[in-house]
Design a protein around this ligand. Structure first.
Ligand SMILES: [Zn+2]
Length: 205
């Protein structure tokens, strides 16, 4: 039962952290960019300035669903970022274009990260199935199935997520620093809005 309590608390903490980041991010969407460019235009300009002429930019559903897909050479931007004329949208647009620039420069960490994405998705699916299965057994039979093995698989999946998060760190940090340096020297952010763009990226990545 102790184990359940730990998992429950862990789960709630993740939810709270996620919603806090989202509300922080929303704060920075209130600060407009000086030149009124939408996120997609910022990403396009950043791509061109880095010699990436064969990368597509498409709007996708959801919040903070922005990502670069190296397989299709596509920068996927959430609607808020794609059409947004604020520093948060500009920063995220430039960050995702930064991943395309990493790809074009054969940045090694990005390759490793891309290779691990399918594994991460599989882990997430397994975790969901286990959680659903365990709750189902708990309510129907009043007992938990394989009390020994299920927690082991859960721990293994979380271990993998942690490893993935560590591998992502240098990739994300590098994309953000490319994005921030570029939006500063192109004048998309000024002295005041630049620190907001920095914070927006920290809460989004
Ligand atoms: Zn990123």
């Amino acid at each position: 039962m102790m184990l359940w309590l730990i998992f429950g608390i862990f789960f709630i903490l993740i939810l709270i952290a996620g919603s806090r980041l989202k509300s922080k991010f929303r704060e920075y969407t209130a600060i407009p960019t000086a030149n009124g460019m939408i996120g997609a235009e910022v990403a396009r300009k950043m791509l061109y300035d880095h010699g990436c002429y064969d990368v597509n930019i498409t709007p996708v559903q959801g919040t903070l669903t922005d990502q670069y897909n190296p397989q299709t050479k596509t920068v996927n931007l959430s609607q808020d970022v794609y059409y947004g004329t604020n520093v948060a949208a500009a920063a995220v647009g430039a960050h995702e274009a930064g991943h395309a620039a990493q790809h074009a420069n054969a940045y090694a960490w990005l390759g490793l990260r891309s290779a691990l994405v399918p594994l991460q998705n599989i882990s997430a699916t397994i975790l969901n199935m286990i959680f659903i299965g365990m709750f189902f057994c708990l309510f129907l039979l009043g007992s938990l199935f394989s009390m020994q093995t299920a927690p082991l698989i859960i721990v293994a999946c979380y271990g993998f997520f942690t490893l993935f998060a560590f591998i992502k760190l240098p990739v994300e940090f590098d994309a953000s620093s490319r994005a921030l340096a570029w939006i500063q020297c192109t004048g998309i952010t000024d002295y005041y809005s630049h620190s907001k763009a920095e914070k927006a990226l920290r809460s989004a990545a």
